[in-house]
Design a protein around this ligand. Structure first.
Ligand SMILES: C[S@@+](CC[C@H](N)C(=O)[O-])C[C@H]1O[C@@H](n2cnc3c(N)ncnc32)[C@H](O)[C@@H]1O
Length: 238
């Protein structure tokens, strides 16, 4: 039976979000995120386009919201170190299991377990706030809250870049086909394949994000099947 992708499957739950999820499967999932992100998420291009030029002007504080296993955070810290740029990266996740696992992967990044609202209420500030594969996790109300928090967290001069998968028949079929040969090997004993397909069913389209996000947020599409929701404080009023 064909999967219905005409609207967000907001009631579909990802297995990794179950508080009773098998710990070994969960940890294997965090570990494999780096593989998936290296293939589809393309943060190197965001680093070159949006992060590196800013760090060449002044020291930069980057916050990665919903960091999961923290691989995107660690990749940015490693690229910055290679470029000898003054970038500090904080990986934030509301799930203590993610932060505990990520902390064991090195100290180039600061790891924090909290919600964005807690940081915004404490008047914390960052120059760049990013997320990867976070938006599809959120309900409409949660999305509105996270966008409000992120705009507060970057204050007047910063930029927010949320990147996620865009729901489409192409994305669903491509992910299903690309992961099928590895289901019993590389991706075995992880939630990557099942949760990845659920994520695509839960994901926003670019048009949905454009009509949901408050004014000042801009939506872009990127390859492959990416959608980017951006807030640039200096342009938000224009
Ligand atoms: C699919 S994972 C993505 C992890 C990582 N960014 C990646 O791309 O591999 C989504 C993560 O967002 C976290 N999350 C969901 N809602 C959140 C919120 N409101 N604040 C902080 N983290 C949240 C979840 O705990 C989960 O670890």
């Amino acid at each position: 039976m064909a999967v219905d992708l005409t609207s967000r499957a907001v009631d579909a739950r990802e297995l990794m979000d179950d508080p009773h999820a098998d710990q070994d499967m969960l940890e294997r999932t965090y570990e494999r995120f780096s593989l998936v992100n290296a293939v589809v998420s393309r943060w190197r291009s965001v680093y070159r386009r949006d992060i590196r030029p800013r760090a060449q002007q002044a020291p930069l504080r980057v916050l990665d919201v919903g960091a999961g296993g923290g691989d995107v955070s660690r990749a940015i810290a490693a690229w910055a170190s290679k470029d000898a740029l003054p970038i500090t990266v904080t990986a934030l996740d509301a799930d203590p299991r993610a932060i505990q696992w990520a902390r064991g992967r090195g100290s180039a990044v600061e790891y924090r377990c909290a919600y964005t609202g807690e940081l915004a209420d404490a008047d914390e500030r960052f120059d760049v706030v990013i997320s990867n594969h976070l938006l599809h996790h959120l309900s409409g109300d949660e999305l509105a809250g996270v966008l409000r928090d992120c705009a507060r967290l970057v204050g007047d001069g910063g930029i927010v870049i949320h990147r996620d998968i865009e729901r489409s028949r192409f994305a669903y079929r491509a992910f299903a086909a690309a992961t099928w040969p590895f289901a019993a090997t590389l991706l075995a004993d992880s939630f990557i394949r099942v949760d990845g397909l659920t994520s695509i069913r839960r994901a926003y389209t670019a048009d949905e994000l454009a009509s949901t996000a408050p004014s000042g947020w801009r939506v872009r599409r990127a390859f492959p099947a990416r959608v980017e929701l951006r807030w640039e404080a200096s342009r938000a009023g224009s």
